[in-house]
Write a protein that binds this ligand. Structure first.
Ligand code: T68
Length: 838
């Protein structure tokens, strides 16, 4: 009876709806105009590019929502095991082009806009970046969401909706300044606010013991409540109807907030206090390596963890009644240690709220978590016990109990070896007692993943050697990948068309291994010609951007040499700058004849320095100082130009990467866990000049040493060289430094580029008796210059260069995030595709 009624109602609704939205250009135009008038509230007879963007975004969003609903209804109906991807950072960049491409309506949208008098490219440019993350880790999360949707996996992403994303970098007189990125200023059409999906998140308070059914039970009496509101961001897959959800939480004051204060009449103060609650999700921490143990950061982490887990458990309980089923139905993935408070939180929920009993709860928890670490640094994230005790007293008790049980088990396994036990312990004793988040994540996760083979090796033999000895089966390699949808289809449409034309199919957009088919045309002259043409057009676009940004005019015949990434000593932007100065010296000393044979270069550097990272900021300034000197030397002209691209972000990357001839990845071997920029350049037919570090080792394996320029100490040599440099440090005995390196260093130190006082501490990082050149610039410099010379030589032979470029793209299939995600799904998460029918 009830069912029939329900169906009749549904049918009537559907008939009112007039079916699904249509995607022909006329229907799209109607919808765009509708949104101009009723959503943007502008007159349909007068709206500008930005308003056209807003209207088109809403038009596309409507279509995303339809698919998103269907996907969720289908998931609900089929109840597959779901993956929950927990990450405090997502670098989504822009959404319009990506969505339109994944929905397969790019031509229709372009035509619709055209007929309304707009151009798709111009309209798409109006969109700002969603920069809710720092760098590699956060962009990886975004690529992985794209792959999860495309491969039809029943997955959810969870994160925080920071109101201020990563700071905007402004360059004033060559110095980096940070400006807040209030990215929501002009609204965000891609999110859907779920005012009814809210959870209370509690902090502070005390733990009390109460009797419940004759048993003693701990209860947490929290002291503060904040509300988490869900904002949903649909993530469409390509070539599928599946559209999954990225749910981001924003903090709002709880309606129950400080009732007491209201009642006692302190109205003004209670409103101010309410407002403070919102600061929790306000701002992204801009450090991409250091962990500072600040209370606000801890609050963010728990806020995120608590809201996400309440949501996940609610969904589980809607569909299932028995917690024994949790491991078959739920996979929780910890993207680095940042969300690993989840472990204590799930324990608290199962033990304190569901009354499952500790051992049963622990058994379940150990089956649902997996963990990926993204760093080579041994000294990982730690939370001071003092902070936890105050903010999350019950969680601290739980962590102690987890640790106690773990250490008891270890004593049985390894005996009373206290120094070993101290290393394994989740709790670090000492001046500042703290919780080691990585140890916690390893103990509790069924898999611990490294992000490249080399990284995994280091995890096994160094970083987590003791844990590897205990749980060898947990340690796995999941080499990173990037999405060819974002990094070729969206950002390099010329190359996309060319690839599809020569492969005779677009299937590579879902199956990147097909790119290897390009090898069949390796020696085809027409193919070469078209390949070079695509690069030329991309270089033109980049050259225009450079001129607009920096006023520097660059020649398209020059080799565009790019290093874009976060600024870090270990990434060795300084090696690049020293190389540029050396090149400049060589040019100055050359006669006219020799100069004619020189390959002109445009050296492009971009990236942000963490606001408190002084040395990184000096590297940026040095880059500008060197650029100023060289670019204004009329004697050098087009032979060498140096450009710093300000405010490097995802959309700048989309412009820069396709236009690069050469890209540099210079980390001292053993420092870059994987690197993903290298993969993006590879996919765009840009040759790499790189150390054998992180995932570059696997790129070398895939395309062969002859197709890129590898230099520098290998991982196993690095330690030896460091020792050797130090042993040279006999008092009063000058260390041996290659002549050309010494000269470049002296120029910087003596003020050839001005600001010598300011650059002093920067120079000292590579000088002995000071920083001792920890990152080995001195010893890698010679081999770096040789690799640069090899690149110059190869560039002269354009046929050879083009072959190398083609082979780079042809070998990039293995570095698609689709491959990574499929591997995770099958071997770690044990989830299966769940494809929503058309
Ligand atoms: C990067 N890590 C690795 N960390 O450095 C890089 N944010 O080698 C790797 O390719 C990439 O992760 C993806 O696996 C980061 O980007 C962070 O951004 C970070 C670290 C601490 C706190 C916040």
């Amino acid at each position: 009876e009830g069912l029939g009624e329900h169906r009749a109602k549904a049918e009537r609704m559907f008939s009112l709806m007039d079916g699904f939205l249509k995607n022909d250009p006329i229907s799209l135009q109607k919808d765009i105009l509708h949104h101009v008038e009723y959503t943007v509230a502008r007159s349909r007879f007068s709206f500008d590019d930005f308003e056209a963007y807003q209207a088109l975004a809403h038009t596309v969003r409507d279509r995303l929502i339809e698919r998103w609903h269907d996907t969720h209804i289908y998931f609900k109906r089929t109840k597959p095991k779901r993956l929950y991807f927990l990450s405090l950072e997502f670098l989504m960049g822009r959404s319009l082009s990506n969505s339109v491409i994944n929905l397969g309506i790019e031509d229709q949208c372009a035509e619709a806009l055209n007929q309304l008098g707009f151009e798709f490219e111009v309209v798409a440019e109006q969109e700002g970046d969603a920069a809710l993350g720092n760098g590699g880790l956060a962009r990886l999360s975004a690529c992985q969401m794209d792959s999860l949707a495309t491969l039809d996996y029943p997955a959810w992403g969870y994160g925080l909706r920071y109101e201020y994303g990563l700071f905007r970098q402004i360059i004033v007189d060559g110095f980096q300044h940070e400006k807040p990125d209030y990215w929501l200023n002009f609204g965000n059409p891609w999110e859907i606010e779920r005012i009814h999906v809210t959870y209370e998140v509690k902090f502070y308070g005390t733990v009390e013991e109460v009797e419940m059914n004759g048993e003693k039970q701990k209860v947490w009496i929290p002291g503060e409540t904040v509300e988490a509101v869900a904002y949903d961001n649909p993530i469409p897959g390509y070539g599928t109807r599946n559209t999954i959800n990225l749910r981001l939480w924003a903090a709002k004051p709880s309606s129950k907030f400080d009732l007491e204060a209201y009642n006692t009449g302190d109205y003004i103060n209670s409103v101010v206090n309410r407002q403070n609650a919102e600061t929790i999700s306000n701002v992204l921490y801009p450090d991409d390596r250091s962990h500072q143990g600040k209370e606000l950061r801890l609050k963010q982490q728990y806020f995120f963890v608590s809201a996400s887990l309440q949501d996940i458990m609610r969904r589980f309980k809607e569909e299932h009644t028995n917690f024994d089923e949790l491991p078959e139905k739920v996979a929780l993935h910890l993207n680095d240690t940042h969300p690993s408070l989840s472990i204590a939180e799930v324990m608290r929920m199962l033990v304190d709220e569901e009354h499952l009993g500790w051992h049963k709860a622990w058994d379940i928890v150990c089956k649902i978590f997996s963990f990926t670490t993204h760093t080579m640094v041994t000294d990982g994230e730690k939370i001071p016990v003092e902070l936890l005790e105050n903010l999350l007293p019950r969680h601290l008790e739980i962590l102690y109990e987890i640790n106690f049980n773990f250490l008891e088990e270890m004593k049985k396994r390894i005996g009373l070896d206290y120094s070993r036990l101290a290393l394994l312990s989740i709790v670090e004793e000492g001046a500042m007692k703290s919780i080691r988040m990585a140890n916690l994540a390893i103990v509790c996760s069924h898999t611990v993943n490294g992000v490249s083979k080399l990284h995994l090796e280091k995890l096994k033999t160094k970083t987590f050697k003791d844990f590897y000895g205990l749980y060898p089966e947990k340690f796995q390699c999941k080499t990173n990948g990037v999405s060819q949808r974002r990094w070729i289809v969206v950002s390099n449409p010329g190359l996309r068309d060319l690839i599809s034309k020569w492969l005779g199919t677009e299937a590579w957009i879902r199956d990147a291994d097909l790119l290897s088919g390009l090898r069949d045309h390796l020696d085809n002259a027409d193919f070469h010609l078209e390949w070079k043409m695509v690069k030329k057009v991309n270089k033109m676009r980049l050259a225009e951007y450079i001129e607009a940004m920096s006023g520097v005019k660059v020649s398209l015949d020059a080799m565009f040499d790019v290093q874009v990434k976060r600024i870090h000593e270990y990434k060795r932007q300084l090696l690049n700058i020293f190389g540029i100065i050396h090149r400049y010296n060589c040019l100055k000393n050359m006669d006219k004849d020799s100069r004619r044979k020189v390959v002109p270069r445009v050296c492009i550097i971009g990236g942000k320095a963490a606001p408190g990272y002084e040395i990184a900021k000096k590297i940026i300034k040095l880059c500008h100082a060197v650029a100023e000197k060289i670019n204004n030397d009329t004697d050098i002209g087009d032979l060498l130009k140096v450009v710093f691209i300000p405010d490097y972000n995802v959309s700048v990357a989309e412009l820069v990467i396709p236009g690069a001839d050469l890209s540099q990845h210079l980390s001292t071997a053993g420092n870059e866990a994987s690197g993903t920029g290298n993969m993006k350049f590879l996919m765009n037919g840009c040759l790499l000049l790189a150390t054998a570090d992180g995932s570059t080792v696997e790129i070398i394996e895939e395309i062969g040493e002859d197709n890129l320029f590898v230099f520098g100490a290998k991982v196993h040599e690095v330690e030896k060289r460091r020792q050797k440099r130090l042993s040279n440090l006999a008092p009063l005995q000058p260390a041996k430094v290659p002549l050309h390196f010494a000269r470049v260093l002296r120029m910087v130190r003596d003020g050839y580029f001005g600001h010598n006082d300011y650059f002093k501490s920067l120079c000292e990082t590579v000088e002995f008796g000071f920083g001792n050149d920890y990152y080995l610039l001195t010893s890698d410099f010679g081999s770096y210059l040789e690799a640069q010379a090899a690149a110059d030589k190869a560039f002269v032979n354009q046929d050879k260069w083009t072959r190398m470029s083609i082979l780079s793209v042809a070998g990039s299939g293995r570095f698609s995030s689709d491959r990574t995600i499929q591997d995770y799904a099958e071997s770690t998460w044990k989830i299966s595709p769940c494809r929503c029918p058309l």
